[in-house]
Ligand binder design. Structure first.
Ligand code: MSP
Length: 660
């Protein structure tokens, strides 16, 4: 592998159905990482594709009365269309019905047969068509629940009926690889991520590995190589075939020198991103063992992502709550009156910012709109808009280019950048994006503090030039640094800043390269990049409700109100409360030393995004112990069912200032 290469893959998706939010999630996370690595100047290869040889795919085609190949051709196209709509910058799209894949899979199996790692026996056990997975009796029994009238799939995300299967079959000697697998995992702490999945895999291997059945008697699939005795009528088990895609796509066992060169350049893969449901058994155990058995290096890292629920419920066809990514973007674009690409960027931002990568998430439309209106429109969009408006109002729209000393914003950006780089490289999108938004918020606060309108009044021209330049430079920084997640919006911001430099040519190290926006360059008139979603119709409804309730809600006297001690406070530390999805433990300074406050905002706000924030708390609330943490006070937040915005003073006041 060349030193500068970076090879990243997504799972290949079953084409029994169209793409949904879950499949889009893994793909857009991979895209953000791929874009980040390109920005860092890496030679990136980004692979995605479709898994087409599954029994459930053939059944889905039958159910629609379609020829299977025609059916998979149509669906593979749907996946490509969705990924293009989501600006997924894949370099290759592999389909497992393509000859470049099927030939390699057959060669792979032949090699293993020759080396003795594949042998013939009889399979008897359970098969789950939905997961395309074999299970033994103990696994099915172990997962059975009281009231189960049928044998069900042990996979907690599935639980569909399993079928008893008995057939002559080929087996792969997975059991022979347990020690080598454990050693690989122990020797390379970054091999399996996050830590919880690594531990789960070690436990799974230590509990004893069985050999894996790798053939099936069915019509649809890649035939077992005819050279192997007993192969007739059998196809290769779909998982065994599918995993090989990562290597067949870059020319494993190819005779074509061009394709072999790809393998030399990109193998071993740097990162396989996969959902947690297909992590332990397939990607972290079977796949590395398969590679070991043919003497090919194992991938550098496998990362397991979490699952998304929808408005608190499991996403499923039967519940009718499956979110189709393109439909969601159209819906948001209509609500916000923004273009489709901006809506896509906002969804990409939301999914990567809302939960820490690897954990499960709950998709709530109100949460998406909240982050859109908050971090994207109010913070980022607003910074661009007010900066350009001032540049136009005071300087005819031209970049003043006054960089006479190092500005506070420049120091902040330079200080933030290494942390953001590390966070992206560790797939810690929450931390990366929180830091970017902190810079944006600080720039907005800086405008308040520096009050450019006062400088205009008092004729401080030089200082005004300096301020406007540092704000424009900060926008350059933000556009470059946020571009892996917001590729279209970043380009729009860059276009408004007016620089003739092509955005695609900019690199990570250009972000804090103050001076790229040259003096005198004409900026565009400000165009809101994130027009706000108007939530007023809903609010009016609510207002009426509130008005109706008013008659029933007793009023309080001024004296009663005075008993409430509201104070400003600065958040000095924040962390999740163990075992509670919704709770954050905040340490705040409310002017009387440190105190802890437990707040139910963990699903809307990341802990590190809150540190440094000025908020308002009820300071004299009776202390309470919540999940073992003493809480002294309550933070104020706006939002009906979920907290959507924290209440903050609109300018800097010392912590502990009374709110009246
Ligand atoms: N074809 C196999 C993968 C083979 S890789 C060699 C497969 N396909 S899948 O289409 O069923 O799922 C693909 C990915 O989507 C998995 O990583 C799975 O975890 C992910 N998701 C499916 N539903 C999801 C959510 N609700 N939320 C997040 N990701 C989810 O498995």
């Amino acid at each position: 592998m060349s030193d500068n290469a970076f090879y990243i893959t997504t799972p290949i998706y079953y084409v029994n159905d169209i793409p949904h939010l879950g499949t889009a999630y893994c793909t857009l996370a991979a895209d953000a990482r791929a874009r980040f690595e390109r920005l860092r100047g890496k030679d990136v290869r980004f692979l995605t594709g479709t898994d087409e040889n599954a029994l459930k795919v053939a059944r889905a085609a039958e159910a629609e009365g379609k020829d299977v190949q025609t059916f998979v051709d149509e669906l593979a196209e749907r996946f490509k269309e969705t990924w293009r709509a989501y600006n997924i910058s894949f370099d290759d799209f592999i389909r497992t019905t393509e000859p470049r894949h099927t030939a390699v899979v057959q060669r792979f199996v032949e090699k293993l047969y020759e080396s003795g790692d594949i042998y013939m026996s009889t399979y008897s056990g359970w098969y789950c068509v939905s997961c395309e997975t074999f299970f033994n009796g103990d696994e099915v029994k172990g997962a059975a629940k009281a009231g189960d009238d049928l044998s069900r799939c042990p996979n907690a995300e599935c639980r569909k009926e399993v079928q008893w299967t008995e057939e002559p079959a080929f087996y792969f000697r997975l059991s022979a690889y347990a020690d080598r697998l454990l050693k690989e995992i122990e020797d390379r702490p970054d091999f399996l991520r996050p830590e919880s999945r690594r531990n789960e895999t070690m436990q799974f291997i230590k509990s004893g590995l069985n050999d894996v059945c790798i053939s099936r008697v069915q019509d649809w699939g890649i035939p077992m190589p005819a050279s192997i005795p007993g192969a007739q009528g059998k196809v290769i088990y779909v998982w065994y075939d599918a995993l090989i895609n990562y290597a067949s796509a870059v020319g494993l066992f190819s005779d074509d020198p061009e394709r072999t060169a790809l393998l030399g350049r990109y193998w071993p893969a740097d990162l396989h991103l996969v959902g947690k449901d297909i992590f332990v058994r397939f990607h972290a155990t079977l796949w590395p063992a398969m590679l070991m058995s043919v003497g090919v290096e194992v991938p550098r890292q496998i990362f397991g992502t979490g699952f998304w629920n929808i408005e608190g419920e499991k996403m499923s066809k039967s519940k009718g709550n499956v979110i189709e990514p393109v439909h969601l973007a159209k819906q948001l674009a209509a609500e916000a009156s923004c273009d489709f690409d901006t809506a896509v960027d906002a969804i990409r931002y939301f999914l990567l910012k809302d939960v820490s990568f690897g954990s499960d998430g709950d998709f709530r439309h109100a949460g998406l709109v909240g982050r859109y209106n908050g971090e994207l429109a109010n913070d980022l969009g607003n910074l661009l808009n007010r900066t350009l408006s001032m540049v136009h109002r005071y300087r005819d729209g031209r970049v003043p280019g006054n960089r006479k000393r190092t500005s506070a914003l420049r120091s902040l950006a330079e200080e933030a950048q290494p942390g953001i780089e590390q966070a992206y490289a560790e797939m810690n999108f929450v931390a990366a994006l929180s830091r970017v938004i902190q810079v944006v918020r600080e720039a907005n606060r800086h405008i308040e503090r520096e009050a450019p309108w006062e400088k205009v009044k008092s004729g401080q021209d030089d200082e005004l030039d300096f301020l406007l330049t540092e704000l424009l430079d900060t926008l350059q920084f933000v556009a470059i640094i946020i571009s892996p997640v917001l590729p279209s919006v970043a380009r729009k911001i860059w276009a408004q800043l007016g620089s003739p430099r092509a955005f695609e040519k900019l690199r990570w190290e250009d972000a804090p390269n103050w001076g790229i926006l040259s003096t005198g360059v004409q900026t565009s008139s400000p165009e809101p990049v994130f027009p706000r979603v108007d939530t007023t119709p809903k609010m009016e409804g609510k207002k009426k409700q509130v008005a109706a309730q008013d008659t029933a809600t007793p009023t309080i006297s001024f004296k009663e109100f005075q008993r409430l001690e509201l104070r400003t406070a600065t958040v000095t530390a924040a962390e999740k409360v163990d075992g509670a999805d919704k709770l954050l433990k905040l340490t705040v300074d409310a002017g009387d030393g440190a105190r802890t406050v437990v707040a139910g905002i963990a699903q809307q706000f990341a802990a590190d995004e809150l540190v440094g924030k000025n908020i308002v708390i009820v300071a004299n609330l009776e202390p309470a112990t919540i999940r073992g943490v003493e809480s002294r006070g309550m933070i104020l937040a706006a939002g009906e069912e979920v907290p959507l915005a924290l209440i903050s003073p609109d300018r800097d006041v010392p912590p502990g200032t009374k709110v009246r």
